[in-house]
Design a protein around this ligand. Structure first.
Ligand SMILES: Nc1nc2c(c(=O)[nH]1)N[C@H]1C(S)=C(S)[C@@H](COP(=O)(O)O)O[C@H]1N2
Ligand SMILES: [Mo]
Length: 238
């Protein structure tokens, strides 16, 4: 299997410190006693440079304030039925072009730094809603798995059969989250619990609910996305 479940023993402060050292939010566990700083320099140099270039071009999208939230405007939009997922048993798998394939439970994920944002969700079906999302930056989650420099795309598999693929720059945007909170509360099943994508830079159909697997790819596969494969645009930026 080769799957490795990291012990997220680092404190929140330590995680933030390591993120600052790497300059691009990279964080990782040391499994062989070698100091993390050494590893950051040796192993991650090529990816660091590429990510730094990516991040330089990434300006945060302006956010809204609490009073702007539109709780009734976010319509449930699901192509099939809401899957039943037991959050206690849920495991997110991260694999593909990574040095460290891994699986994380919700307890592990919730130990990572929490980011909150108030953004507009835009559905191509002609509605939008200002929503607060809380969760972990996909960038932070992904770097636990140590993406290889060959990683160019990210493929998201969902429990309802939905699937999506994103370019790496959009996936590592600071406001691209794997969210587990909506409007100050734990995410509901209909909105994608336990874990969904949320980002102000992509249309609603890119924002997969019930994500169970995140796979790094060096090229796009014929399955680009549920709606894309039916004719919708792939990049789908806002
Ligand atoms: N797994 C999954 N994710 C999905 C969808 C879906 O049908 N299945 N619909 C997408 C579309 S078109 C939109 S607009 C948003 C809607 O999110 P909401 O139901 O939480 O409002 O989820 C997106 N993510
Ligand atoms: Mo949508």
């Amino acid at each position: 299997m080769g799957l490795f479940v990291p012990k997220l023993a680092l404190s929140r402060r330590q995680l933030l410190q390591w993120s600052a050292i790497s300059g691009v939010g990279l964080l990782m566990g040391s499994c062989d006693g070698e100091p993390l700083t050494t590893k950051v320099g040796q192993v991650f140099e090529p990816l660091n440079q590429r990510l730094q270039e990516l991040l330089l071009s990434q300006n945060p999208v302006p956010e809204y304030s609490m009073k702007d939230i539109e709780p009734d405007k976010l319509l449930i939009n699901t192509f099939d039925a809401t899957p039943q997922i037991d959050p206690a048993k849920f495991q997110l798998k991260i694999d593909g072009e990574v040095k460290q394939p891994l699986q994380l439970g919700m307890a592990d994920i919730q130990k990572l730094p929490l980011t909150s944002m108030i953004i507009r969700h835009v559905c191509v079906e002609g509605w939008s809603a200002i929503v607060q999302w809380g969760g972990v930056r996909l960038r932070d989650l992904a770097t636990l798995a140590q993406p290889k420099s060959s990683a160019r795309y990210v493929f998201f598999k969902s429990a309802d059969g939905y699937y999506e693929s994103w370019d790496l720059a959009s996936a590592f945007h600071p406001q691209t989250l794997m969210a587990y909170q909506k409007n100050g509360q734990l995410l509901s099943a209909d909105n994608g619990a336990p874990l969904r994508l949320a980002s102000p830079i992509k249309l609603g159909y890119k924002q997969s609910k019930w994500v169970t697997q995140i796979t790094f790819l060096n090229e796009l596969v014929p399955m680009k996305g549920y709606w894309e494969d039916l004719g919708y645009e792939w990049f789908a930026g806002i």
